[in-house]
Design a protein around this ligand. Sequence first.
Ligand SMILES: [Zn+2]
Length: 163
Amino acid sequence: MRQYWESVKNKPEHKARVSEWNRRHYRKRREHYIQAHKKYNASPAGKAAHKRYRQGLRGKMLTAKVNVRYRTGKRCLFPLTAIQWTRTLAIFNHRCAYCQTDTSKLTQDHVIPLTAGGQHMMGNVVPACQSCNSRKQNKNHRKWMAQEGLVWEHLEAALARLQ
Ligand SMILES: [Zn+2]
C-alpha cells in the first residue's frame, strides 16, 4: 500500500487532483480562514510571530527595501546607484561636503531635503560627516552654511561636476 502511494504521489494527474481539491475546499471555507487569520494576527501569539519576522533577516530586508522606496519616492526616475555614490565621494575627495572634514564615517545627505522636494539621486546626495548631517537636518544648505560660517561655493562647484 505504501509503495503504491509513493508511486502515485508524484504523478502530475494526482497533484492536479489534490490542488483542485484544495482550491475547492478553500473556496468553501474562505471566510472562515480569513477570520481565523485576523484573529491570530490580533492575538499575542500572532503579534509575537510578526515581531519575530520583522526582526529576522527576511523582515529586515523587506523593511530596508520599503524604506528605500519611500526615501526615493515615486517621483525619482533614477535613484542614486552605488557607482554614482562612489563617483560622488571621489568628486568630494571623500570629505564632508559641508565642513570638508576628512572622515571615514561619511553619511549620505540630501542637499535639497526630501521634505522640500529633493530627490535621492546623483547631484542631490552628498557625503556629510555625522555632525553636519544631524545639524543641517532639513534646512536650506546656503542659509545653514552661512549661519555656520561655511562657504557653499565649493559644494555647488562639485555638484555642477556631477550633472
Ligand atoms: Zn561636516
